[in-house]
Design a binder for this molecule. Structure first.
Ligand SMILES: [Zn+2]
Ligand SMILES: [Zn+2]
Length: 345
């Protein structure tokens, strides 16, 4: 089969690989129908993810059809259409029993990281019963690809951890697909204001279309000052960090209102200063989280009932044999205006 393989720093290639086999009784082999590229895949290529070794097939998102199941799989059968979660969960270990699937002792984020991933014709999914979701009859498969990772990530790490409430004021720093997923799902809670901050004017325009009440360009380096001005000097109740660099986290520290929450989503590769000399008396909360995908069934219902339309995030489509072009397009998002790219296997 064809597969996109990480070959070491800044190197990727489309390789011919054997179709994966069942290794454990709980495994399923899924034939990929549609997958996508995540910002995290670019982090891997930059060498930011030490757990991902060269030779790994990348990808942790997708929908597909069950090809084969191990003897321990009871929920799914050959021919079932399934949504693949970016998080594999045994459902039995201490962390899984607490709903913290991201820290499953034999799972977590392993797909396209510690085991071969979804950017291929077939993928082996461990703990299939508790890591796959049935695709509802008539569902739009492209929209559902957004449920493998970015929608639950934006919602769980940004919106839920950020404790967004009706009437509250929210700022989202970073209008990349994850920030936009937080923007879409934040609206479940009817905040009064959602201010989107980014360097890229095209993405700020997109954010307006997706429901941002205001946008702030970070290009001049004055975004915190502008947000403080827009909020009458008060700041925001929820500041969501959706980039993963020091400057954007510090923007959140600068704009969080007394009693507010900084909800981090970004993957941070270097340390960030925490300004406790200013924040110690501000009654703020800082949260971090790796997505657990516990909200995936709920998000599936909101997509099915058209409360949200994640398909808006898709800007480009490629066949699997042109995935190198897809990486190029996704990697140059500022000039290609790419958000999510769909790869058809
Ligand atoms: Zn991802
Ligand atoms: Zn577990």
């Amino acid at each position: 089969m064809e597969a996109l393989v990480y070959q070491g720093l800044d190197k990727r290639a489309l390789e011919e690989r054997p179709v994966p086999e069942i290794k454990d009784p709980g495994d399923a082999i899924v034939r990929i129908v549609k997958t996508t590229i995540c910002g995290t895949d670019l982090h891997i290529l930059k060498g930011d993810v030490s757990t991902c070794a060269p030779g790994r097939i990348l990808g942790h998102e997708g929908v597909g059809i069950i090809e084969k199941t191990g003897p321990g799989v009871t929920t799914f059968h050959q021919g079932d259409h399934v949504l693949i979660s970016c998080i594999s969960a045994c459902g039995k270990c201490e962390y899984c029993r607490r709903g913290m699937y991201s820290h499953c002792t034999t799972g977590g984020w392993i797909l396209g990281n510690q085991i071969d991933g979804t950017q291929a014709e077939y993928v082996r999914i461990p703990h299939a019963d508790t890591s796959l979701y049935p695709v509802p009859e008539g569902a739009d498969e492209e929209a559902l690809v957004m449920l493998s990772d970015i929608l639950p990530t934006g919602f769980e790490c940004g919106v839920l951890n950020g404790k967004i409430e009706p009437g509250s004021t929210v700022a989202i720093v970073g209008a990349d697909p994850i920030g936009l997923a937080a923007l879409l799902t934040a609206q479940f809670y009817s905040p009064a204001e959602i201010i989107m901050i980014d360097l890229d004017d095209n993405r700020l325009q997109v954010a307006k279309r997706f429901g941002a009440t205001a946008t702030v360009s970070a290009a001049g380096g004055m975004s915190a000052e502008l947000v403080m001005k827009m909020t009458g000097g008060r700041g925001v109740d929820t500041a969501i960090e959706a980039v993963g660099v020091a400057a954007t986290f510090i923007t959140c520290e600068d704009i969080v209102a007394p009693g507010g929450t900084i909800a981090n989503i970004g993957v941070h590769g270097v340390k960030v200063d925490l300004h406790l000399e200013r924040l110690w008396a501000q009654n703020i909360t800082i949260t971090t989280r790796l997505v657990d995908t516990v909200t995936t069934p709920m998000l599936l219902k909101t997509v099915q009932s058209r409360k949200i339309d994640p398909k808006q995030l898709i800007t480009h489509r490629f066949k699997l044999d042109r995935i190198l072009d897809a990486y190029d397009t996704f990697g140059r998002a500022a000039s290609t205006q790419a958000l999510k790219v769909i790869i058809e296997a």
